[in-house]
Structure formats: C-alpha cells, structure tokens
Design a protein. Structure first.
Length: 120
C-alpha cells in the first residue's frame, strides 16, 4: 500500500513539475526532471504485483518461459531458411545484367504471368 502511494505521489509530482517547467515560468533544474522520469519506471513494478495474485497468469507465463528454447530454435531455423533462399537467389539471378529495356520486358512478362493474359 505504501509502495502504491509512493508511486502515485512521484507520478503526480513529475506531472506537476513537467507542466510548470514547460511553461517556462519557473526555471527547473533538468537533473530533477531526469530523476523524476527515472521514478516513472517504478510504475511498471505495480504491474508485477498482479502476477503474484493471479495463479492462472503465473502458469501461462511459466509455460511461455519453458517454451522459449523451442521458439528460439524455430526462429533460428526460419532465419536459416531465409538465408539459404537468399544465397540461392543471388547465385541464380545475381549475374543477370539488367538495363532499361530488359527491365521493362521483365515487368511486362511478370504482368502477363500474374494476370494470365497470355495463357499458355
């Protein structure tokens, strides 16, 4: 309860000092503003108190934490797949010299393939 009171009072103080300092009516040391902004980080700690109360939420988070290695492996394999296809694409199509006329013909051919105009 005291922790919540402290967080709320620091937040109100920070908002008040920000509004006073933005008007320029009272010169305020920028270090004080930085310190108050650091205290705003403590607002996040209030959210962590919810995790203690909700057992179902704790189970979900523990399941996510337990599945992190599998998720990392999945994304690693996906990155490897993208890398292989990228290297393959550069090897197959990297030496094709494209000037203005060839680029237009290529775009026209792609348009014909996508719209099925010249059905084969």
């Amino acid at each position: 309860n005291r922790f919540d009171f402290f967080i709320v009072m620091v937040s109100f103080g920070g908002i008040a000092i920000d509004s006073i300092g933005s008007n320029g009516s009272i010169p305020i040391n920028p270090t004080v503003l930085r310190i108050l902004r650091i205290f705003r980080v403590f607002r996040i700690l209030r959210a962590f108190r919810i995790f203690k109360a909700a057992k179902g939420l704790q189970e979900i988070i523990s399941t996510l934490v337990d599945s992190l290695p599998a998720i990392v492996n999945l994304f690693s394999m996906l990155a490897l797949l993208f890398f292989i296809y990228g290297v393959l694409g550069v090897q197959l199509f990297g030496n094709i010299c494209v000037d203005g006329e060839q680029a237009q013909a290529g775009m026209l051919a792609t348009r014909c393939l996508l719209t099925s105009e010249g059905e084969v």
